[in-house]
Design a protein around this ligand. Structure first.
Ligand code: NAD
Ligand code: UDP
Length: 313
């Protein structure tokens, strides 16, 4: 039995990871400041004696004896990370320093939830890990993008300088149950709008693309990455290469929900990436043939069911 710390454990991805690691007979410490996370996501774990919840902000140091750390704490939706950009950078950078210090002290393996946003508005398509990216360092997305880029640098430096066992996952757009209805990201927005008969809000003309991965595929990939040999650090892309434009996504969600909502076009935010699609050959090669198993249609149907239940529709 391992003792595992999950920062951001009450959030969308963290809550699924807590549940999966408990099912595999681990002891889980879920740490969260509840900025975007919710007790609703983890309430079903409260009766499990191997689950512990800690209210804490990773900007301050935290100490505990653990074997592994998954560092997921950070708001992920543009609406939330732009609410207080200085805090977002502190979370990524000071949080990484605090948790890398803990990993060094207790000799834990530590995994960083990095992001496809390190590629910015990419000029290479699809994006391999070798691409350095195209990020505007003073734009609206910079607090998140540059914070995550700096965290990657810190992870690599703690590895080379202090021999800390690290893993870096560059996560591409992920969706599924436990996303908050007010999260502001595209899939939760479109599904909630379609189910409640409100207009579907497309930013720009809807030609921009993303590649969406279902949560169970990501959780599997994160655990496989944690269990790789010490020499393998990544960064490694984790995503589903099934690429779709936002206009096609809106039409698909209208079809799957049988909604009569209209589509409305709103201004596109500055620096919004035009294209995004992962090259996943490194993950397939190094994570024991990992590949996404859930199609967009299947995953959307499960997510629509979740929101119907949550919104009591
Ligand atoms: P989320 O907003 O649902 O979860 C983030 C969690 O971190 C929340 O529970 C929040 O309360 C907590 N948190 C935020 N700041 C904190 C702090 N300073 N101290 C302690 N807890 C804090 O987002 P998510 O989608 O579950 O994302 C989890 C991680 O994965 C994030 O690091 C995010 O950057 C990364 N990621 C997610 C995606 C995606 O598509 N979901 C893509 C790329 C990377
Ligand atoms: N988007 C949209 N309508 C919405 C929310 C988002 O058209 O209601 C667009 C957004 O401009 C972006 C894409 O959908 O081009 C994905 O946005 P999201 O915030 O989910 O993720 P990210 O931009 O961080 O990849």
């Amino acid at each position: 039995m391992k003792r595992i710390l999950i920062t951001g454990g009450a959030g969308f991805i963290g809550s699924h990871l807590c549940e999966s690691l408990l099912t595999q007979n681990n002891e889980v410490i879920c740490l969260d400041n509840f900025f975007t996370g919710h007790k609703r996501n983890i309430v079903k774990l409260f009766g499990n004696p191997f689950f512990e919840l800690v209210r804490h902000d990773i900007i301050s140091p935290y100490y505990c004896e653990v074997d592994e750390i998954y560092n997921l704490a950070c708001p992920a939706s543009p609406v939330h990370y732009q609410y207080n950009p200085i805090k977002t950078i502190k979370t990524s950078v000071m949080g990484a320093i605090n948790l890398l210090g803990l990993a060094k002290r207790v000799k834990a393996t530590i995994l960083q939830a990095s992001t496809s946003e390190v590629y910015g508005d990419p000029l290479v398509h699809p994006q391999p890990e070798s691409y350095w990216g195209n990020v505007n360092p003073i734009g609206g997305r910079a607090s998140y993008d540059e914070g995550k880029r700096c965290a990657e640098t810190l992870f690599m430096n703690y590895h080379s300088q202090n021999k800390v066992n690290i893993k870096i996952a560059r996560i591409f757009n992920t969706y599924g149950p436990n996303m908050s209805p007010g999260d502001g990201r595209v899939i939760s927005n479109f599904i909630v709008q379609a189910l409640t008969g409100r207009d579907i809000t497309i930013y720009g003309d809807g030609s921009q693309s993303r590649s969406f991965q279902y949560i169970t595929d990501l959780v599997d990939g994160l655990q496989r990455l944690m269990n790789t040999a010490h020499e393998f650090t990544g960064p490694v892309n984790l995503g589903n290469p099934e690429e779709i434009s936002m206009i096609s996504l809106a039409e698909k969600i209208l079809h799957l929900t049988r909604s009569k909502s209209s589509i409305t076009f709103l201004p596109k935010p500055a620096d919004d990436p035009v294209l995004r699609k992962p090259d996943i050959s490194m993950a397939m090669e190094n994570l024991n043939k990992w590949h996404p198993r859930v199609s967009l249609d299947e995953g959307l149907l499960m997510t629509i069911d979740y929101f119907k239940e949550l919104l009591k529709l």
